[in-house]
Design a protein around this ligand. Structure first.
Ligand code: ATP
Ligand code: MG
Length: 464
């Protein structure tokens, strides 16, 4: 049981109280609602403020504008306008309920109501269904505060009905559980499993947004073991991972549990601060194992080519989920290289940097460190005898740092020659050929076959 005080840990910010005041002076009722109330009770950093009010959005607009407050019609179909107060946005929504969801995505009709309790009842989870007012205090008809104490995500009302109204709530439950380190209350959890299939009807970019939210909490390891049904509908490619026996002396766990352990371990190796790219890569690094599985004559399992196939699958999955392109490219590259051999030598580190620089220009150093963390995590999630490899990687990382501090050559712009040098040394015409020659020189320098010396490089071009 957590100790949650009866009152919020800090006051409603002044810019928001001024909105409440203006609306109430005009004869309406208004409350702060949702995420701000939850986080203020938890004493978590101050959340952006959402306001719910008895005023119709047209009245909100009229009253606030007459007090010189800028108002934007950001979602009037749902009764929402956004006020800008002192440069801060506040979403203000009219008390409403949503009538039947025949397509499990959109309410057929939004109905404005007079009672704030009705508005709270249409919200998803008890911890998100509390309202707060600086004078009237906490309004908590579903014991959201109790569930904060108990660390529970509980649906408001009948869970199965709530998830079948809007299947996105299935992933929202997982996201809030991950974010707060809570568990999903058992009836809500049972309904979540039964209703997960409804996610099939949800637009993939909305699924992507929630999934990215789950990944970014750093608790995907927990989600994979506790809410796999939901994740496997959100990303069907995950489904074969559960119970997939790797038949390998190096693996004590099936692909799912291994992946979950890798997700946890990247957090341990980074002190809970893994990058978004590393988190996604841990989540998807073995996605192609089931598809590439073969067994040799002794019965041992192999997954030849799974990093390469996995990289292609990552690209497909992340594109479908509308994850930003630069994140996708980084993740795809980490997955492709997760079994790439690294050694504690300057040459091996330059080669690694070059591979990342080629695939993800400008992010080579950051991604090389991420790769080492991914490899460490992968090592400790196999059989115990593999775990010592994580320690060997410390020496690899030391050499990586050393190469970076010595300004190691791994980018075209690090070379002691440029395109004009290539043209004058070889007589080649400007065009793609110049780039190819430069890349050849870069590869030779990275591999230690040529020094990064202008004279020597020009000489080598003449000989060719
Ligand atoms: P976050 O920090 O993730 O933004 P939040 O609680 O503010 O947390 P939002 O998604 O911004 O979450 O939604 C604001 C509020 O609206 C929620 O607290 C909840 O009361 C309600 N809400 C949002 N989405 C849904 C939904 N799909 N079904 C029911 N209620 C919802
Ligand atoms: Mg919010």
């Amino acid at each position: 049981m957590r100790r949650i005080p009866r009152d919020v840990a800090y006051g409603v910010p002044e810019y928001a109280t001024s909105v409440l005041r203006v609306l109430e002076e005009a004869g309406f009722e208004a409350w702060v609602v949702g995420g701000w109330v939850r986080d203020a009770l938890l004493g978590a950093p101050c959340h952006d403020v959402d306001v719910t009010t008895s005023a119709h959005w047209r009245d909100v607009e009229r009253v606030l504008s007459s007090h010189g407050i800028e108002v934007h019609e950001t979602g009037v179909a749902h009764g929402t306008v956004t006020a800008m107060v002192g440069g801060k946005p506040i979403e203000i929504t009219t008390y409403r309920v949503e009538s039947s969801y025949t397509d499990r995505r959109h309410p057929d009709r939004v109905v404005f109501v007079k009672d704030v309790r009705q508005d709270l009842a249409r919200r998803d989870f008890t911890i998100n269904s509390m309202a707060y007012h600086p004078d009237r205090g906490l309004l908590d008809p579903f014991d959201g505060r109790g569930d904060l104490c108990r660390g529970l995500i509980r649906a408001v009302g009948e869970p199965e009905l709530r998830f079948s109204e809007d299947a996105l709530r299935v992933l929202r439950a997982v996201r809030f559980a991950c974010r707060l380190g809570f568990t999903v209350e058992s009836e809500t959890q049972d309904a979540l499993v039964r209703c997960a299939e409804g996610l099939d009807d949800i637009a993939s970019e909305r699924i992507g947004q929630e999934l990215d939210g789950i990944v970014c909490t750093g608790r995907m390891g927990w989600a994979l073991m506790n809410s796999f049904e939901a994740l496997a509908v959100a990303v069907p490619e995950l489904a074969p991972m559960r119970g997939f026996d790797q038949r390998s002396p190096y693996h004590a766990y099936d692909v799912l549990e291994h992946t979950s352990r890798v997700c946890r371990a990247v957090e341990e190796f980074t002190g809970g601060g893994a990058s978004r790219e590393l988190r996604w890569a841990a989540f998807l690094h073995d996605i192609a194992k089931p598809a590439t599985f073969t067994q040799d004559e002794t019965g041992r399992g192999h997954f030849f080519g799974h990093p390469k196939v996995g990289a292609r699958m990552c690209e497909m999955i992340m594109r479908r989920l509308a994850i930003p392109h630069d994140v996708t490219v980084s993740v795809r590259t980490l997955v492709r290289l997760h079994d790439h051999v690294v050694k504690p030598t300057p040459r091996s580190m330059r080669r690694t940097l070059l591979k990342f620089e080629t695939a993800c220009p400008g992010r080579a150093a950051q991604l090389s460190f991420a790769l080492l963390d991914l490899k460490r995590a992968d090592a400790v999630a196999k059989v115990p005898v593999c775990a010592s490899y994580a320690i060997e990687l410390d020496e690899v990382e030391r050499v990586l740092r050393q190469e970076l501090s010595r300004n190691a050559v791994f980018r075209l712009r690090d070379l002691a020659v440029n395109g004009s040098d290539v043209i004058s040394a070889t007589g080649i015409k400007p065009g793609p050929g110049v780039g190819l020659i430069l890349k050849g020189l870069l590869s030779a320098v990275v591999n230690g076959e040529l020094p990064n010396d202008r004279k020597a490089l020009i000489e080598s071009m003449r000989i060719q």
